[in-house]
Design a protein around this ligand. Structure first.
Ligand SMILES: C[S@@+](CC[C@H](N)C(=O)[O-])C[C@H]1O[C@@H](n2cnc3c(N)ncnc32)[C@H](O)[C@@H]1O
Length: 406
């Protein structure tokens, strides 16, 4: 399977155009991949689902191609960003929102009193005192504005979240929680209102440009996106979607991509409890026995890893238990003849190569999912994690396409 120009790497091809760039998010899918998959394997009018929707790339492209879509994610921030991207607002209304917000901000009196929260960890650790004071004032202004009860709410949430990260003591180039160095902290004196004004202007410009590209049925609301904050391992939906396009997490969040850490600061400011997210939350009875999984290769793999590191072997079993349970749900939500496109990558644990795409294929064979194609692509990571050298262990991924009942 190849893209029109022959490569799926899309190295150097912008993935943050239009609405895709309104908020950063770790491990986003390249929008061109979604576009090509819909063109190649889709049909005229579909319901497309992404059970690990993250920041909503699949949903944005589904709407742009004129398909209803459903996004699921465990992370509340992911759902909020996706909601901001897929809430369709006419350009004129967007411009009115922008004017109203900018007017309100310029009338607001800047507060210099110490907010109560500042005395508590983690506020004190993650924010300079003045920045936190202004950020909380900004949050209050937004939540008290009449726009908060309109469709513009989600774009305000997204812009506030992006502002919170940008003015915090978080290193901008890291997705995991790393504070600025002492030297950078001394120089750090962010302008909260100015930052927000820039972000909201950018957000509205991108949403307006996206609106222009949308088919009439999406503009009028007869085709739409819905979002559910839920666990992809226990969805229970049956035969409702025509196509699934998704990229599950690559591994446990401690050693791979830290969605939880990335979301910590925005959720703190939005007042949303950051419960433990992701695959390794809780335990799964499947992880207790090595031979519980379909196909033969996982048992050998777990035993090899266990000889080196028993804890890592358990975490790995939990990862594959999650992958298996999610695949069962994907299979069950697909209509007969429906197509599932799943992007996963190999990685290295305790020096052992974990060939997740091969294992996913074994799992799929145990269901009614027939593999139509598998395609490798190189990954170019823009945000390099500091400690675990992720870029060296995860540098490629595969796009696996299955048909149900084939
Ligand atoms: C690779 S990211 C998806 C990125 C997305 N394709 C995008 O373009 O932004 C994986 C997502 O899975 C979510 N996730 C992890 N465990 C989950 C679970 N058990 N159920 C639902 N979502 C989960 C994470 O919060 C993260 O947003």
């Amino acid at each position: 399977m190849r893209s029109a120009k022959g490569s799926w790497d899309f190295a150097g091809v912008n993935s943050s155009y239009l609405v895709h760039g309104i908020h950063p998010y770790p491990a986003r899918m390249h929008p061109h991949i979604v576009k090509i998959l819909i063109d190649r394997f889709g049909k005229k009018r579909m319901i497309i689902a992404d059970p690990f929707c993250g920041s909503g790339t699949v949903l944005v492209e589904s709407l742009a191609s004129g398909h209803d879509c459903v996004g699921v994610d465990l992370n509340p921030l992911a759902c909020l960003i996706s909601k901001a991207k897929t809430t369709v607002i006419p350009k004129e209304d967007l411009l009115l929102t922008q004017k109203q917000i900018v007017d309100q901000l310029s009338r607001a009196r800047r507060r210099s009193i110490l907010p109560l929260e500042y005395r508590k960890y983690p506020y004190r650790f993650w924010f300079k005192r003045k920045a936190l004071g202004q950020l909380l004032l900004l949050r209050d202004l937004l939540t008290e504005s009449n726009l908060w009860s309109s469709r513009s709410r989600w774009l305000l949430v997204s812009a506030l979240s992006r502002t919170a990260r940008a003015v915090s003591n978080q290193r901008p180039s890291e997705f995991k929680s790393y504070r600025l160095s002492e030297q950078d902290l001394r120089r750090h004196n962010p302008d909260v209102f100015g930052t927000f004004r820039g972000i909201i202007t950018d957000t509205i410009m991108r949403l307006g440009a996206y609106y222009e590209t949308l088919p009439e049925k999406v503009r009028s609301g007869s085709i739409e996106a819905s979002l559910v904050q839920a666990d992809a391992r226990d969805l229970g939906a049956r035969k409702i979607v025509d196509m699934v396009i998704t990229s599950p997490p690559y591994g446990d969040s401690d050693t791979t991509v830290g969605y939880e850490q990335f979301s910590r600061i925005p959720l703190l400011i939005l007042g949303i409890r950051n419960r433990k997210l992701g695959w390794t939350r809780g335990s799964d009875p499947l992880e207790d026995t090595w031979t519980n999984f379909p196909g033969g290769s996982t048992a050998t793999l777990f035993s090899r890893v266990s000889r080196i590191d028993r804890t890592r072997s358990r975490v790995l079993r939990r990862y594959f238990a999650s992958l298996w349970r999610s695949l069962l749900n994907i299979d069950s939500m697909l209509r007969n003849d429906g197509v599932a496109c799943i992007v996963v990558g190999p990685r290295t644990v305790s020096g052992i190569r974990i060939r997740t795409p091969d294992i996913l294929l074994e799992f799929a064979q145990a269901l009614s999912l027939k593999c139509l194609s598998r395609t490798k692509r190189r990954l170019v990571m823009k945000t390099q994690p500091r400690r675990n050298n992720l870029a060296q262990t995860i540098n490629e991924e595969e796009i696996l396409v299955f048909r149900k009942g084939g």
